[in-house]
Design a binder for this molecule. Structure first.
Ligand SMILES: Nc1nc2c(ncn2[C@@H]2O[C@H](COP(=O)(O)OP(=O)(O)OP(=O)(O)O)[C@@H](O)[C@H]2O)c(=O)[nH]1
Ligand SMILES: [Mg+2]
Length: 159
């Protein structure tokens, strides 16, 4: 069984510019600058990256909700320097009984405030793990990769 099959598929959701694609590219070892995401992007059976518009425009929520039903892990991506959170109403209902994880991006920014953002995320219904990351901190990305892809450090180094 592949690693992806063992850990299940994840889907990144979050506002425009939260850092989803940057993270997605790093997770899959792509050293390229993120361009604006226009459509759902699939990485095999492991992961789905979504455009921020699906999250920020209520008329597009149904697309996220439909897709969320078909993934094992929902991962909410939120920047460390943004102190409001608008998780779409109903999105979490699809996930009753399942953990929803969060990734707090841009921890390198001067206004980053992890405790404040973590409290916000818990209030919004994030029940699973919260991972602080920065693209400038490779160790933070290793932890997330391990969690989402089930890959350990040695596998990464070989890749
Ligand atoms: N300083 C800093 N900037 C970051 C980090 N991660 C992402 N960014 C920047 O944030 C901006 C937006 O990143 P994207 O990955 O395109 O954001 P997105 O969530 O995919 O946005 P949409 O595709 O519009 O939904 C880019 O300029 C990234 O370089 C980080 O860890 N630190
Ligand atoms: Mg994107």
């Amino acid at each position: 069984m592949s690693q992806a099959a063992k850990v299940g598929r994840f889907m990144l959701i979050g506002d425009i510019g939260a850092g989803k694609t940057t993270l997605f590219n790093h997770l899959f070892g792509r050293d390229e600058e993120a361009r604006k995401t226009q459509v759902m992007e699939f990485e095999g059976h492991s992961g789905i990256d979504t455009p921020g518009e699906y999250f920020s425009h209520p008329r597009l929520y149904h697309t996220l909700i439909t897709m969320a039903a078909d993934v094992q892990r929902l991962v909410y991506v939120h920047p460390a320097d943004v102190f409001d959170c608008r998780l779409p109403y109903g999105l979490l209902d699809v996930y009753v009984g399942k953990a929803i994880d969060a990734i707090v991006t841009k921890m390198d920014l001067p206004d980053a405030d992890l405790p404040r953002v973590a409290a916000l995320l818990r209030d919004a219904g994030v029940s699973g793990q919260i991972f602080p990351v920065s693209i400038h901190d490779p160790a933070s990305l290793v932890r997330v990769r391990h969690h989402l892809l089930g890959l350990d450090q040695s596998v990464m180094e070989q890749a």
